[in-house]
Design a protein around this ligand. Structure first.
Ligand code: AMP
Ligand code: TRP
Length: 348
């Protein structure tokens, strides 16, 4: 069964977009535009699954939605040739998520490590939305019958769940899918695209912890809106070990901080970690960090400046999101019509 190749991915508007979001996701979004039709979504409905005090409330959410859209564009996503929009403008996401709530099993969701991490100890007090989050993510992807999803390593389990949901839907409704002229399978088994030297960027303060929007220490991450001084300071202060850099990649095992900084350099320069070590093997961290500061400022400085310029004109960003949502809705409505027929709902 051949599905039209299509890329979909999403980023939550929860503030503090950082280097991990850029290297693990948004930079890949930009590269994939050359070979695929791409849909990039600001997943605002996912953002409100955490407590209101964490997502920041209405004014902050609105600001963060525009900031993520600005980041996509500033990094090089072309909203004219591809689609950029925010999730809540296309009602099919919520509609398909409900169907998937009835396809996915409790046992499947109970295995999700992100829920366990985010819910923490007080699980009784987590929102129902946080628990059902992976079903909404599956709906995001499958509403467009996307075949490829670029994400960081932390999202692998959710994309696997998306495949399980697609498979179970295809099996449960096999007969109906066939009867309605959709062949053997209605949803594709989506492939995660998790590749390159930067699928999991670690905190600058602790090489065993993921770089994250919610880390209370701003020194743990480089934000996309940081200026040159902030970028330089954070890299210079980043935790390292006392040894010089190894000359081969094998020498990075059990040196999480060194591995992380070399991976960041490689990803920013579009080379491999091995290539970085050819140049810097045997160097002290002070020298390597100097080169990394120059590279990071050269690559990230213009992105941050462009993001700041774009968010100053919210009307223009909103127009991009409305136009993107209109185009996304055209695809989504087709899928929802077919899903309603397949499930047996009566529709107009
Ligand atoms: P989120 O901010 O959780 O919506 O994440 C947006 C995208 O950034 C997802 O594809 C994540 O997998 C990716 N991402 C988030 N943190 C990191 C990280 N530390 N390293 C690599 N990718 C990341
Ligand atoms: N769960 C993803 C994250 O936290 C965001 C997301 C929501 C997503 N829907 C998606 C990513 C669909 C890829 C495809 O990073």
């Amino acid at each position: 069964m051949a599905f039209k190749e299509r890329v979909f991915s999403g980023v939550q508007p929860t503030g503090n977009l950082h280097l991990g979001n850029y290297l693990g996701a948004i930079k890949r979004f930009v590269e994939l535009q050359a070979n695929y039709d791409c849909i990039y979504c600001v997943v605002d409905m996912h953002a409100i699954t955490v407590p209101l005090s964490v997502w920041g409330g209405p004014a902050e959410l609105t600001r963060n939605i525009r900031e993520v859209a600005a980041a996509f564009i500033a990094c090089g996503v072309d909203p004219k040739r591809h689609i950029v929009f925010n999730q809540s403008q296309v009602s099919g996401h919520a509609e398909l998520a409900w169907v998937f709530n009835c396809v996915a099993r409790l046992g499947w969701l109970n295995r999700m490590t992100q829920f366990k991490d985010k819910a923490g100890k007080d699980r009784e007090n987590a929102s129902v939305g946080l628990y059902a989050y992976p079903n909404l993510m599956a709906a995001d992807i499958l509403l467009y019958r996307a075949t490829h999803v670029p994400v960081g390593e932390d999202q692998k389990q959710h994309v696997e769940l998306t495949r399980d949901i697609a498979q179970k839907f295809n099996n449960d409704f096999h007969e109906s899918i066939h009867q309605h002229g959709h062949g053997e399978a209605f949803f594709p088994l989506t492939e995660p695209l998790i590749q390159g030297p930067a699928t999991r960027i670690m905190s600058f303060r602790d090489g065993t912890k993921k770089m994250s929007k919610s880390d209370p220490s701003d020194y743990s991450r480089i934000n996309l809106t940081d200026d040159a001084d902030a970028i330089a300071q954070k890299i210079r202060k980043a935790k390292t070990d006392p040894e010089p850099l190894p000359s081969e990649q094998a020498g990075l095992t059990k040196r999480p901080e060194a591995d992380n900084l070399v991976g960041i350099y490689a990803a920013l320069a579009d080379i491999t970690k091995g290539d970085v070590l050819k140049d810097f093997g045997g160097s002290q961290f002070s020298a390597f960090k100097g080169a990394l500061v120059d590279l990071a400022v050269a690559k990230l400085g213009p992105i941050g400046a462009e993001m700041k310029r774009l968010v100053r004109d919210p009307t223009a960003i909103d127009a991009v999101l409305v136009d993107g949502a209109d185009r996304a809705r055209t695809i989504a409505d087709e899928t929802m019509k077919a899903v309603k027929d397949i499930v047996g709902f009566v529709r107009r």
